[in-house]
Design a protein around this ligand. Sequence first.
Ligand SMILES: C[S@@+](CC[C@H](N)C(=O)[O-])C[C@H]1O[C@@H](n2cnc3c(N)ncnc32)[C@H](O)[C@@H]1O
Length: 248
Amino acid sequence: MSEPVDWLPDGTPYSPRFGDRYHSENGGLTQARRVFLHGCGLPEAWAGQPQWRILETGFGFGLNFLVTWAAWRADPARPTLLHFVSTEAWPVSAADLLRATSVHPELAPLAQALHDQWWGLLPGVHRLRFDEGRVLLTLYVGDTQAMLRQQSLTVDAIYLDGFSPQRNPESWDLHTLKAVARCCRRGTRLATWTIARAVRDALAQCGFEVTRVPGVPPKRDNLHATYHPRWEPRTTRQSASAATPEPA
Ligand SMILES: C[S@@+](CC[C@H](N)C(=O)[O-])C[C@H]1O[C@@H](n2cnc3c(N)ncnc32)[C@H](O)[C@@H]1O
């Protein structure tokens, strides 16, 4: 069964399970662009690369994915392959997905394309293909920590996007962030909207250099981080330019 969603008077989707909104009240689009896309140095960072791999925790309505895909389409220096990997334990219905995303006219065709492939999302790994396979969306349907522990994955950027750490602590705890760090190469950039002390400390413990940056309203501050452990990570992770594109 799909995850039930409530709709606030301003049109923002709200989770009765977590008692929190899916996007900030200023609109998910600004948050997606400024907190996550720009927060990871995109689109500049992917210019001229053969591929760019992004891991998101918490797919929700896919706004971050759609905004990233739209930026990729608009960029003449885009990587040949955009691979967006996201975790989601409670997928919403296709109708709710379309309702939340199609209110943004610039995203409407992409939202429709996502909606058309949004079915049969049972627990496990699902691969959706867009733009002739040059944009891949891999959905890990299940708990973030459990799913990431089972995968061997290396990414160039990370969007951390659970509900608030008070309401959704398991999305931000040390064990989940360790599973996220396992997916990093040296230099992987991470962005999120929370500057909660516990999250900053856990990221630092996992090998990230953490910086507090001016926030996107309603947040006064946001958080940027780069994976740069003082130790040599056990697995040798490839740099973006050295990596081989994954099969479509
Ligand atoms: C703030 S919303 C994400 C919004 C989304 N990134 C977007 O662009 O629309 C957080 C999401 O994380 C999911 N979530 C919360 N805890 C999770 C967990 N432990 N494992 C996987 N997904 C989780 C929720 O179901 C929700 O969809």
